[in-house]
Design a protein around this ligand. Sequence first.
Ligand code: NAD
Length: 508
Amino acid sequence: MSQTLQNTALTTDVHRALRACGVDVDGLTGELEARSPLTGEVLAGLPLASAADVGAAVGRAVEAFPAWRDVPAPVRGNVVKRWGELLTEHKEDLAVLVQAEAGKITSEALGEVQEMIDICDFAVGQSRMLYGRTMPSERPGHRLMETWHPLGVVGVVSAFNFPVAVYSWNTALALVCGDTVVWKPSETVALSAMGSHALLARAVRDCGAPAEIHQLVLADREGGQSLVDDPRVALVSATGSVRMGREVAPRVAARFGRCLLELGGNNAAIVAPSADLDLALRGIVFSAVGTAGQRCTTLRRLIVHESVVDVLTEKLVQAYGTLSIGDPRETSNLVGPLIDERSHDAMQQALRAAQEQGGTVLAGGERVLAEERPEAFYVRPAVVRMPAQTEVVQEETFAPILYVLTYSELAEAIELQNGVPQGLSSAIFTNDQLEAERFLSSAGSDCGIANVNIGTSGAEIGGAFGGEKETGGGRESGSDSWKAYMRQATNTVNYSGELPLAQGVTFI
Ligand code: NAD
C-alpha cells in the first residue's frame, strides 16, 4: 500500500482497489452515496436494498443452507482458508477501501485486514474442533453426549468503525459452523463491504461451494430492521451503538430468535502509583487516540492515583501536543478524520457539557484543517480533567475525548471503573501484583475485557471479544465463541437392551 497517496485522486484509487477485489465498478450507480471522511468527496453511488431485496437475500441463504449444512465441517473450512488466502493477496486493496471510508491511518487499515486473515486461520482450525462432550450416564449401558449442529441463516449487522473485521469474525466462524450468512454492513462503509464480499464470492467459486451461502445487502436502518425481523434468520449478530441494540434486541426476542450483541463501550484504565508511567503513557495514547477515538474499545476514562496524576497529565498533554492530525494516507499522521459532521458536533457538545459539569479542557478538542477540507472533520484529540464521574463521562461519545479522574484507594478506582452503564474493556497499569489480581478478580473489573499493563484497545482474535451490561453480553471471535453459531443437542444412546429410567423412576 502506497504510504503517500495524498496527491493521487482518492476516487481513482478506490475504484482501482474495488476492481482488484473483483467488483464491477463500471456498473455502479444508485441513491446511496459512498462518501469519504478524508475529503468529503463522493466515491460512488450505490443501489440501496429495499425490504423486498433483503427478504429475497434471506430466501437465497435459506435455500443454500441444507446443502452447506451437509458439507463436512473441515471441507467447509476450505472456503474460509481460500478467503484468507485472497485477503492476504488483496490486503492492500481492501485496506485502501477501509482507509477511504473509515478514515483509518495506513497501519490500522492494514491491521484491520490482518485481523480478517487471522480469524480465517482461526476458523479453519476450528472447523476440525467443533467438539461435543461425552458425560457418564447414571444408567448402565447408556451413553450421554452432546453434539453441535448448524443454526441456519445468520444475519450480521455491522458498524462503520470496523467496516470488515468484525463482520469477518462472524462470517468465518458461521461458515465453518455450517450456517449461511446475510450481511448488512453500515451504509457508511459500503465499498469496503463490496470488496470483502467479492473476495469471499471468489473463494466460494474456487472451492465449488454453493454460491448463495453468503449474501450482502446494502441497506439502511429500515433494511436492517427487515433482516432483524425475518423469522427465517436464526441468529442476529449486531454490532453498533447501544441505541441500535435497544431497538434490535426486543424485536429478535419477540420472535424467539437468537441475538448476539456487541454494543458501545465506555472503557477505563486505572493508573496506580507503582505503574511504569512511560509504558502507561504509550498504552494510554494509543488506546485513546487510535482510530481518532472511534473504536468500541477506545480509552475514554483515565482513573489516576492522586499521587501521580499531575506528572501523568503533564506527560499526556505533552504527548497530545506532538500528535500529527491530517490525511491518514500520509504516514506521518497518527490521527485521521471523524466519520462525519454529526460526530464532530457530538464531540463539541460533549466538551461543552464536560465544562458545564466542572471539567477543565487540558488539551485539544478543536477542529483543524477546516479551510483545506471544509467537508471533512479532523479534530485535535482532547484531554479533560473532571472533578467527578458526571453524566457526560458516563456516556460513550464516539470521538477522541479522554476524561481524567483521580482516586486514593484501589477500591474507589474499581468502583469508578465499574460505575458506568457499559462494560466492554478495562485496564490497570500497576507493578503491584496484588493490585493486578484484585482488578482481575470477581470483585474487580466488571468488563468483558480486563487487561494489565496494556491499554483497552487492540484485542487479538484468539480471545473471546465482547462486553457486559449495556455492551450487550455477546462474545465473538476467539475462544469458544463458535458455540453462538450452532445449536446444541444432548443425545442419550441406550445399548443395554433394558429400559431403565433416570432418577430411578419406575413406570411400566
Ligand atoms: P450504529 O448503531 O449507528 O449502526 C450500526 C449498524 O446498525 C449499522 O449497520 C446500522 O445501519 C444498523 N442499524 C441501526 N439501527 C438499526 C435497527 N433499528 N435495526 C437494524 N439495524 C440497525 O453504530 P455506528 O455509528 O455504525 O458504530 C459505532 C457504534 O458501534 C459505537 O457505539 C461503538 O462502540 C459500537 N461498536 C461496538 C463494537 C463491539 O464489538 N462492542 C464494535 C464496533 C463498534
